[in-house]
Design a protein around this ligand. Structure first.
Ligand SMILES: *[C@@H]1O[C@H](CO)[C@@H](O)[C@H](O)[C@H]1NC(C)=O
Ligand SMILES: *[C@@H]1O[C@H](CO)[C@@H](O)[C@H](O)[C@H]1NC(C)=O
Ligand SMILES: *[C@@H]1O[C@H](CO)[C@@H](O)[C@H](O)[C@H]1NC(C)=O
Ligand SMILES: *[C@@H]1O[C@H](CO)[C@@H](O)[C@H](O)[C@H]1NC(C)=O
Ligand SMILES: *[C@@H]1O[C@H](CO)[C@@H](O)[C@H](O)[C@H]1NC(C)=O
Ligand SMILES: *[C@@H]1O[C@H](CO)[C@@H](O)[C@H](O)[C@H]1NC(C)=O
Length: 491
């Protein structure tokens, strides 16, 4: 009895402590207009294609429907044939047979999920390439070699033939990224994945050949060129001078990875450098994974380790906020949507998919058993990253616009987007104490619904924001990510 009543008294006391209130104001003017939120179809299609069709359909729905992540971008990996790549999962077949001759039945795994993305109506489909077909590279392999000067037109014909084929059957490939991480050949042989070094002074040939081929076939406005997907934000700007000025009008968006996990200041410096080098082209974040660290963002860096908990999910949501709020970027893609890097055996331990370990990798939102082929385990394991990314995938739709948030308490972890009918506020509290965000809007709005992801909640519906005078109160629980939805107009 004593125990019960004293814990009740403690709860009452805690409940009566004033929650820290932070005030901020939503701007009436908008910053960037969003283009997409997505991820890559590499290299999991090789395995997931083998799963029962009911699981493949479920996976597609989890990725592409609004009841799942609601992704608006999908990156299809056009395989190079995997010549000299030792890991079969990372060696997708290529349709290339010889110049102008194709086998479009090749890579049934990758093309299956490409078709699924299209069937679910994903609006932005990118075709990205790690290596030209082996016969075109310096070492006649799909890795450890280099782009050959003068091979641009043949490489371009291949890429446009393949994209045209898929478009002719109704799959709207709308971007081609011809060189994914051109700064790395991924050698030596035997390689762990495909790759092709494209020296900075060779990149203009790749882009201009592709543009000329698209243009000669009337596709230059239908298919945009993304370049150059350099691995790190510190290296990319040092190389722009060697290729970008020559082809700047042929590039749709400057696309980069961020494996150097830049600080906010360095992220902004990168974006500014890219704008300066390109006369103000927009930049895209197109690949990132594999970091540990805390929800507030300390300890980020490329490393092995699996942490499926809310801590890593919020660390990683912080990267999305960094791109959108600090960098002002319009598009975000995660590397790889689905992974087998659990680092533990889910058939031996029920807590394997939900407990951190040092053997796995933080490179997925949905995981599967690496031993599925021998043990028949076709379960899909959804981690907290899935529920965190769902906030962005569901509400940061192409065409929505960001409203900057100002005030002394404004946080980079508050993202406000609007469309013609709705404001969506995605706000993160990385701290171990709850707080309340008091938000003032530039027009009359009405809180309608809200969703929260935390240690115990997976995008759970919670109470809508409540009006408090001329502002709105948004409770932010400890270590959580919330979306508060408002309709434009009075309640
Ligand atoms: C095309 O690729 C598929 C899948 O690998 C293969 O089964 C088929 O034999 C290939 N066709 C030709 C003509 O090479
Ligand atoms: C592909 O694009 C064309 C032209 O913009 C459009 O008519 C068609 O509906 C699109 N198809 C799909 C599957 O999105
Ligand atoms: C390839 O072409 C570029 C651009 O003309 C040139 O700078 C570079 O030296 C050439 N590389 C080789 C290996 O010939
Ligand atoms: C789809 O997979 C998820 C994650 O494993 C599971 O919770 C859900 O029940 C599955 N849905 C169907 C229809 O199989
Ligand atoms: C605006 O956004 C809301 C919330 O995401 C969505 O339900 C609605 O369909 C969107 N309206 C338009 C016109 O896109
Ligand atoms: C989290 O704590 C930091 C440091 O005290 C503070 O600046 C920030 O406003 C807090 N965020 C929230 C949402 O409570």
């Amino acid at each position: 009895m004593l125990l019960v009543s004293s814990s009740l008294a403690l709860a009452t006391l805690l409940g009566s402590l004033p929650t820290h209130v932070q005030s901020a104001t939503v701007s009436s003017t908008v910053a960037q207009t969003f283009l997409g939120v997505g991820g890559s179809g590499a290299w999991w299609p090789h395995d997931l294609f083998n799963f029962p069709d009911s699981v493949r359909q479920n996976l597609s729905s989890l990725l592409f429907s609004q009841s799942g992540l609601g992704l608006s971008s999908y990156r299809y990996n056009l395989g190079g044939g995997g010549v000299q790549v030792s890991n079969p999962v990372r060696a997708p077949q290529t349709p290339y047979v010889s110049a102008g001759v194709y086998n479009f039945s090749a890579d049934p795994q990758g093309t299956f999920f490409l078709q699924q993305a299209s069937n679910f109506g994903v609006p932005g489909i990118t075709m990205f390439i790690n290596s030209a077909p082996a016969p075109l590279t310096s070492n006649k392999a799909s890795c450890a070699g280099q782009f050959v000067n003068g091979s641009g037109p043949a490489f371009a014909q291949y890429m446009v033939d393949v994209a045209s084929h898929w478009r002719s059957v109704g799959i709207n490939i709308s971007y081609i990224s011809p060189m994914n991480e051109p700064d790395n050949s991924f050698g030596p042989i035997p390689c762990g994945q495909e790759g092709m070094l494209v020296q900075p002074n060779q990149r203009a040939e790749v882009v201009s050949s592709l543009w000329n081929e698209l243009n000669s076939r009337g596709l230059a406005t239908a298919i945009g060129i993304l370049a150059d997907e350099t691995s790190s934000t510190s290296v990319a700007p040092t190389e722009y001078g060697a290729w970008l000025p020559e082809v700047v009008n042929m590039v749709a968006h400057i696309v980069h990875h961020a494996y150097d996990f830049p600080s906010d200041a360095n992220y902004l410096a990168f974006v500014n450098a890219a704008h300066a080098a390109s006369g103000g082209k927009s930049t895209w974040m197109s690949e990132i994974c594999c970091s540990l660290g805390t929800p507030s963002g300390t300890g980020r860096g490329y490393t092995q380790g699996f942490d499926p908990t809310i801590n890593n999910a919020l660390m990683w949501a912080g990267l999305v906020f960094q791109s959108f709020v600090i960098g002002g970027e319009a598009h975000y893609d995660f590397w790889t949507l689905v992974s087998n890097g659990l680092g533990c055996d889910p058939t031996r331990s029920a807590t394997c998919p939900t407990t951190a370990n040092s053997q796995g990798w933080n490179d997925g939102m949905i995981y599967y058993d690496p031993n599925y082929a021998t043990n028949g385990n076709h379960a899909l394991y959804v981690v907290k990253h899935f529920w965190a990314y769902k906030h962005f995938g569901n509400f940061v739709k192409p065409g929505t616009q960001r409203h900057p948030v100002s005030g002394s308490d404004a946080s980079e972890f508050t993202l406000v987007v609007s469309n013609s009918t709705t404001y969506s506020v995605i706000a993160m509290n990385p701290n171990s104490t709850a707080s309340t965000l008091s938000l003032t809007f530039p027009e009359t709005v009405c809180g309608t619904t809200a969703f929260r992801t935390s240690a115990t909640e997976d995008f759970s519906t919670i109470a809508a924001a409540k009006a408090s005078g001329s502002s709105w109160s948004l409770p932010l629980n400890a270590v959580s990510l919330s979306s508060y939805i408002f309709k434009r107009g009075a309640c």
